[in-house]
Write a protein that binds this ligand. Sequence first.
Ligand SMILES: [Ca+2]
Length: 179
Amino acid sequence: MANDYLLNKWKTWFKALGAKDGVLTRQDVSEEENKFAHLHHFGEEKKKDITGKLDKWWDEFIFRKRPGLITEQDFVEMQQADYKAYKGKYAKWIETSSKTIFDILDINHDGMINEEEFLIAFRSSGHENVQLDKDFFNSYQPDNGKVPVKKMVDTWVTFVTCEDSSQKDIIKEAFEAGV
Ligand SMILES: [Ca+2]
């Protein structure tokens, strides 16, 4: 069993994905994707391409190929089941998930996340306080305005899999600050 510290982070993560009233629907995801495409000013073709990749990520890593909506309880139970069955593989799965999504969010394909890419990703999923989003981005101590995808991925692995509350967790801190 994951400890309470990690269970609470999974609940925070679920909300951060854009769940409303404890439920995440395909409609929520579709709205987020439309906003993402709009903020990036994608043309029709680019929008179709990126939305297809995002849909695949949501389906595989968040909905886990379940049809319809997922509740917070479903979500936490899914993490818990995998975590219990194979702790090491769970961390690897989260790493793969994070790498996959950040490679999509890295729109200019330079292996780095710049402030614009970061802000659009977070604004699209309902984190509309741009100042807080910027503070969050800056907590990565960007070099020349950019953060390597690898660094982003590592912080997500810590956030989603680390049970040790004494370890620094900048994602947890950002959400606690109101992102
Ligand atoms: Ca980039």
